[in-house]
Design a protein around this ligand. Structure first.
Ligand code: MG
Length: 437
């Protein structure tokens, strides 16, 4: 990711938006100021006025775009990826991540290299905006029962991973009346505390601190704070699918039913909880933008992914780490249980992940040839091939980045997951051998 590339992407986005006003913000990465300046130059050269939002969580920038008069937004962020990465995320005027179709149109402009060029007196104006983070926090606060949360007197250890949430979540917790201890809460794009992906092995300090301090819970965001992951009061890491099920069940109960949208790779524990509370589950292909767009089309009450990405459509159609955090606090406050007690009734499943080597050019034919191999069984092809059976499923998907086909198997017991995985891997290997012969 070079300044030259960022400049041209800025020009392409500005051309696509026909010189309309654009919001621009970034996370805490060290390459952020450089790339931000390049995008700013590209946008203004195409005649776009730019609202400079500075460092802010992706969902705060998306909320600004949704609620203020701009044609779209650009976020300089690489989300949860290591510090040497960076990227540009384009959002539409509703604050939703651009659809694949829009991305392709912007890419076509980039590859054609023909951009809108404003004359000197029509170049975009730049306005520094300071309201992005406070405006967002106020909106998040309006979505939850603040009085109930304050009354619960919760002790929270918050790990901001030195990312964009340093500027928001500590203040949110304070205003919600929580007792807060923070970790890695200084913006620092070298991520000195730990890499900005909220994985169990990255939050050892958080888990220890929750236990030592006798806190009610621990919380960690990823680098751009669109995700939130929890540690319970015993210092145990909570897998994202269990949080997803907890919040899905709570929202469905509160709304008296409704649709929950999640990718086909999500654990069955989500479906179990949602069905038991009178809701429905709609499965999509993997990818948060797709989940968000399907939620809007289906009028869903809630949606999300197993990685800590939770989407609350009454607020906005994108993953929102701060509202995910505030909602879990509301659940703890209103259902009056510790986090481990609230999670205990959610059914447990075992997941096995395997990878089978497959050259990229054979992935398509292999996938097509797989479907008839599962004839007579419950097969879905929303994304890859998913075979469901009583108490378990197996999902076979080509990797987008590596020359492998992934096999995910989930079962009520480890043995069931292993059996499903073994069967599917054998079939995939056979089909690959036949297809590449
Ligand atoms: Mg992220």
């Amino acid at each position: 990711m070079t300044a030259g590339l960022a400049l041209d992407v800025g020009r392409a986005v500005g051309t696509f938006l026909k010189g309309g006003p654009v919001a621009l913000g970034r996370d805490t990465r060290t390459s952020g100021p450089m790339l931000h300046a390049a995008v700013l130059s590209g946008l203004t050269s195409a005649g776009c006025d730019v609202r400079e939002l500075g460092v802010a969580p992706s969902p705060a920038i998306q909320y600004y775009v949704k609620t203020r008069d701009v044609a779209g937004g650009v976020i300089v962020t690489a989300s949860h990826n290591p510090r040497e990465y960076n990227g540009l995320k384009v959002v539409d005027d509703q604050g939703m991540e651009a659809s694949r179709e829009v991305e392709e149109r912007i890419e076509a402009l980039y590859f054609d290299g023909v951009y809108r060029e404003a004359s000197w007196d029509a170049a975009g104006r730049v306005d520094e905006v300071t309201e992005c983070n406070p405006h967002y926090l106020e909106a998040v606060r309006r979505q939850v029962d603040g009085a109930a949360i304050a009354k619960a007197n919760l002790h929270v250890v918050l790990d901001c991973a030195n990312g964009a949430s340093c500027l928001t979540s500590p203040y949110l917790l304070g205003r919600l009346g929580c007792h807060v201890a923070t970790l890695n809460a200084q913006p620092d794009g070298t991520f000195p505390g730990h890499p900005p992906e909220p994985r169990e092995e990255h939050v050892v300090e958080l888990r220890e601190m929750v236990e030592d301090a006798g806190a009610d819970l621990g919380v960690v965001h990823d680098g751009d704070a669109d995700r939130v992951v929890f540690v319970d009061e015993r210092g145990t890491f909570v897998p994202g699918d269990r949080t997803l099920a907890l919040v899905a069940g709570y929202v469905v109960q509160r709304e008296g039913g409704g649709t929950v949208v999640t990718p086909v790779s999500s654990s069955s524990c989500v479906e179990d909880v949602v069905l038991a509370r009178g809701g429905k589950v709609h499965y999509t292909a993997v990818g948060a933008p797709l989940v968000a767009r399907t939620m809007r089309a289906e009028g869903a009450v809630f949606g999300g992914e197993e990685n800590g990405g939770l989407i609350f459509p009454k607020h906005q159609h994108c993953r929102d780490g701060a509202l995910g955090l505030a909602t879990v606090l509301e659940i703890m406050a209103t259902e009056e249980g510790s986090l481990s007690e609230l999670l205990a009734p959610i059914p447990e499943y075992h997941l096995m992940k395997r990878g089978v080597a497959c050259p990229d050019e054979h992935k398509g034919p292999v996938l097509a040839a797989l479907v008839p191999r599962f004839k007579g069984r419950e097969v879905e092809t929303v994304d890859g091939v998913k075979v469901r059976e009583e108490g378990g499923w197996v999902l076979i998907r080509p990797s987008g980045t590596e020359a492998i086909i992934r096999v995910f198997a989930e079962g009520k017991t480890q043995a069931a997951a292993r059996r499903l995985s073994k069967e599917a891997v054998a079939i995939v290997e056979e089909v690959i051998a036949e297809t590449t012969r």
